[in-house]
Design a protein around this ligand. Structure first.
Ligand code: AMP
Length: 121
């Protein structure tokens, strides 16, 4: 499986503003933030899309949500609220094929989110 730029961030081959790391995961600031807080939480294991999550990966994917909650508590936006979301493939706008949880906070977040999709007329 070809490397993505997130593998390069994990391997410190390209820079990123890393806010959290453990044996299984890494969290860093999105380079094009869509909210005052916009972090990406990724597994160190490369899984291309949600479709590729294997039975053995269930705990790992749950871990990403645990990290989201921990960061929300540690950064103080847990009560105010936030969104943790993962895009899958073209229609959802996935552009990096290494699964990542977007953690967005710091402003009211519109719902449904697809009203802002660039491909919508
Ligand atoms: P998605 O469109 O769901 O695949 O999200 C990919 C995200 O990765 C986008 O929000 C990009 O802004 C972000 N991104 C791309 N390159 C970098 C980078 N070098 N460092 C941090 N975030 C990045």
């Amino acid at each position: 499986m070809a490397e993505t730029l997130f593998s390069k961030i994990i391997n410190r081959e390209i820079p990123a503003d890393i806010v959290y790391e453990d044996d299984l995961s890494l969290a860093f600031k999105d380079i094009h933030p869509q909210a005052p807080v916009h972090l990406l939480i990724i597994p160190k294991k490369r899984i291309a899309t949600i479709n590729d999550i294997a039975e053995d990966d269930r705990e790992l994917v749950g871990h990403l949500f645990w990290v989201a909650g921990k960061l929300a508590r540690d950064m103080g936006f847990d009560d105010e609220g936030y969104r943790a979301v993962m895009n899958c493939n073209e229609q959802a706008g996935q552009s990096v094929f290494h699964i990542h949880l977007h953690l967005l906070a710091g402003k009211p977040l519109g719902w449904p989110p697809y009203t802002d999709h660039p491909k919508q007329a």
